[in-house]
Design a protein around this ligand. Structure first.
Ligand code: MTE
Ligand code: LUZ
Ligand code: MOS
Length: 772
């Protein structure tokens, strides 16, 4: 089955928020953002903006009728800055005008007087100054303190891990349309329609049921719209409330990059102890998460970091500490992997350090410590149906790792300035929201009298193929052609209290809810078929290829006849299904439990060629064995694996998110922030799916696939490090990401670079904000 959006997308006919024809009298909003990273607001001068022709209103915190609060976990985030500003780009005022151009022009007429306060941009500085969000966490297994003394060697180092801009193609946007009384419709590009609904209601001081949120599809979310689509939608609702007119807000790319959060940068310290054979006995890590100016989803992201701190390895003695640290940068937020990738980067750094110290191949150390069936994760869950070893073995055998090894060695002996390196990267990713209560979903199924079917779920299509997956699931469960299934928009009136589409669990949760809705209708239809066809056992009735079967053989009726008869017999042809993931729990007081329904595993081998005189490199190949369960739509799943890999490779290499000490973003445009393109991707990209790995709790055995493949990208960092070592061996190359060509140069030629910096004036980049 092909992606049901494929032909619309390729023709450019798919609709997004602002493609829908404009309602009469639509007004446009623009945001006045804080120009400084920290300070007390003394006064806001907006008269000049208000005087401009075409400006309808300038809205500030004082104009909020309800509560000026949008914090999702901790109540620490103003919709519009009230008394203080905490990062550059923080929204302070909304200008509403007849056109977007006028609104933006008016924004430039606003002036903010601020009494500036000290700025923190580094998470460890923040931690030292007590700027900690929530309570730091500690996960423990065994006893690291007594284990260190049993180790032959103990190594320590630090990782500095960069953030990542989402670069969804469609920037943040929303449109609000006022209805009668206080009713409001909101069209938003959000992964979380319910978050928009409840926060808009809170801002306006009205009950949730007066707000309807509708989402057709997103031009990408990648976590950046899990929570951070909410403010823009609340702002148009607020503007619409004041003007009594429809209002739209579309952020430009530059505004989007400056105003929204990204993947969290981390500073992490690790200590690892091993036997001289390379068996890891003890591991400890301290993760200092740069949370940005408000909590946003940071505590949940940190929690996932904790859960993924040992990746797909078993270590008997573990102690992980994590703290969410408040800085004066935009609030960092969900991004594919949700804190997992940072933890896994650190684990790989530790194993690399061990391999280098023991002078053993990295992959030998990895293989020695792979997670096995029934091993315990540090949080107390057992690894069951563990595919760490099977995916590793299949990758190593199918892709012939010895051949890769000897090819790399031969190449490196022959070439002086170019060096190859490779790395094996196993992944293990827990599936379920770590907040257990969020693992719930609803679906609403209608069958019309012509046999066509309407399916609504709480899931949002963001390019990941959800609509196609749900259509596949519904068609298979009903035994009919997928052409008969229509996927509706995601709407808070049809599905209440939905969780965000995130955590890779959208298909699993909403697909199961769809199955539960269909099950109810099927039960009624089967009973009806027994009555009409004078057969006895409803359990023996089935539908296949639109034919009604009894005990496996056709009995002359087809789908349309069955549905028409059901209608005439007054049988309900609609049902609502509700699904909640069973058997998951977590006890935060002990930091133990079973938070995940299951884990997704996989192994990648990544090979690179590095030009050691210029710092530039090619990713030659990425060869993956991925644990997918049974594919629902193999092309959709393959697309997720390749797309996730691309994003992971970019994060580790060229995507260099930079802020200066004033909290200004230096990579605030696509000219200064490079994302991987099609040429950057490995020429040789192979993806194999592990066979016979059906997941019992998922619809038709399919496993979640959205996020895990991103973490294969981590392998490229260690492949590049290998190539660097082949050129010039040193055991103190830094574990600092991304490993841009520039950083490769500075590392490979560290002494020369230091000499240069001493003698040459250093060029400083101009922040994009000053250029625009
Ligand atoms: N794929 C595309 N094309 N666009 C996206 O925005 N988001 C990713 C992943 N794949 C994303 C994507 C993220 S962060 C998640 S959590 C999952 O898709 C969400 O969808 P799922 O739960 O259906 O896997
Ligand atoms: N969002 C969330 C997520 O709220 N909880 C999670 O565990 C999660 N995991 C991945 C992505 N988003
Ligand atoms: Mo994805 S980070 O769970 O939206």
């Amino acid at each position: 089955m092909k992606n049901i959006d494929a032909s619309l997308h390729t023709r450019g006919e798919s609709l997004y928020v602002d493609d829908v024809s404009q309602p009469e009298g639509l007004l446009h909003a623009a945001i006045f953002p804080s120009p400084v990273a920290h300070g007390k607001i003394k006064s806001l001068h907006k008269d000049n903006a208000e005087k401009l022709d075409g400006v309808i209103a300038v809205i500030t915190a004082e104009n909020i009728p309800g509560e000026n609060q949008i914090g999702p976990i901790i109540q620490d985030e103003d919709l519009l800055a009230g008394k203080e500003v905490h990062f550059i780009g923080q929204p302070v005022a909304i200008v509403v005008a007849s056109t977007a151009e006028i609104a933006r022009k008016a924004v430039h007429q606003i002036r903010l007087e601020v009494e500036e306060l000290p700025i923190i941009t580094d998470p460890v500085d923040a931690f030292r100054q007590g700027e900690i969000i929530g309570t730091p966490r500690t996960f423990q297994l065994g006893d690291v303190e007594s284990a260190w003394s049993n180790c032959d060697i103990v190594l320590e180092d630090v990782c500095e891990i960069g953030g990542q801009e989402h670069v969804y193609l469609e920037t943040q946007r929303a449109r609000a349309i006022p209805g009668e009384g206080s009713i409001m419709q909101i069209y938003a590009s959000t992964q979380s329609p319910y978050a928009v609904q409840r926060h808009a209601a809170k801002i306006l001081g009205i009950p949730n049921h007066l707000i309807e949120v509708d989402v057709l599809r997103l031009g990408g979310g990648f976590g950046g719209k899990e929570d951070q689509a909410t403010p823009w939608a609340c702002m148009v609702a607020l503007a619409s409330h004041h003007t009594k007119k429809p209002v739209e807000l579309v952020l430009s790319r530059a505004e989007d990059i400056r105003m929204t959060g990204k993947r969290h940068p981390y500073k992490s310290f690790f200590k690892i102890g091993v036997t001289k054979e390379g068996k890891v006995l003890a591991y400890s890590a301290e993760h200092y998460q740069n949370a940005g100016a408000s909590a946003d989803l940071s505590p949940a992201v940190l929690e996932r970091t904790m859960f993924h701190s040992t990746n797909s390895y078993f270590i008997p003695n573990v102690k992980i500490f994590g703290a969410s640290c408040r800085t004066n940068l935009p609030p960092f937020t969900a991004f594919r992997g949700f804190g997992g990738p940072q933890a896994m980067f650190v684990m790989e750094a530790a194993l690399t350090k061990v391999a280098e110290a023991l002078n053993m191949p990295r992959e030998q150390i990895q293989a020695k410590n792979l997670l096995q069936e029934n091993n315990l994760f540090p949080y107390g869950q057992k690894a069951t149906r563990c595919q760490a070893q099977p995916t590793w073995d299949e990758a190593v055998n199918a892709y012939q790792i010895e051949k890769i090894q000897s090819r790399v060695t031969a190449f490196n002996e022959k070439h002086f300035e170019r060096k190859k390196g490779f790395a094996v990267m196993p992944i293990c990713f827990g599936i379920s929201f770590t907040s257990t209560f969020m693992n719930q979903a609803g679906a609403l199924v209608h069958i019309y009298t012509d046999g066509s079917v309407s399916v609504s779920t709480g899931g949002v299509e963001m390019g990941q193929g959800l609509r196609t997956n749900i259509a596949r699931i519904a068609a298979d469960a009903l035994g009919i052609d997928s052409e008969r299934i229509k996927l509706e928009t995601t709407n808070t009136i049809r599905i209440a209290n939905m969780s965000p589409s995130a955590a890779s669990a959208t298909t699993v949760l909403n697909g199961n809810a769809t199955l539960l809705a269909i099950e109810q209708i099927m039960k009624r239809l089967k009973t009806l078929a027994c009555e009409e066809l004078k057969v006895a056992d409803p359990d023996k009735v089935s539908i296949q290829d639109e034919k009604i079967l009894y005990d496996g053989s056709e009995i002359g009726w087809d789908w349309e006849r069955l549905i028409q008869t059901a209608y005439l017999r007054r049988i309900g042809l609609s049902a609502h299904g509700f699904y909640a993931t069973p058997d998951i729990y977590f006890d935060k007081s002990r930091e133990k439990g079973r938070p995940f329904a299951y884990h997704v595993y996989g192994t990648a081998i990544i090979e690179v060629t590095l030009d050691c005189l210029r710092g530039v490199y090619d990713i030659d190949s990425a060869k993956i064995v991925h644990d997918l369960g049974r594919p629902l739509n193999e092309l959709v799943d393959r697309g997720q694996v390749e797309g996730g890999l691309a994003q992971g490779l970019g994060w580790m290499t060229v995507e260099d998110l930079q802020f200066n000490e004033k909290g200004e973003i230096l990579s605030g445009a696509l000219a200064t922030y490079k994302v991987p393109d099609v040429y950057f991707m490995p020429d040789n990209l192979q993806v194999a799916f592990l066979e016979d790995a059906d997941e019992p709790i998922s619809p038709f055995g399919n496993k979640a696939v959205g996020e895990p493949p991103l973490m294969y990208g981590i392998g490229v960092f260690y492949a590049l490090r290998k190539a660097m070592q082949a050129f010039r061996y040193r055991d103190d190359y830094k574990f600092t990401s991304p490993l841009t060509p520039e950083r490769v140069m500075l590392e490979l030629h560290r002494e020369e670079a230091e000499q240069l910096v001493k003698t040459e004036p250093v060029l400083t980049a101009t922040p994009s904000a000053e250029r625009s």
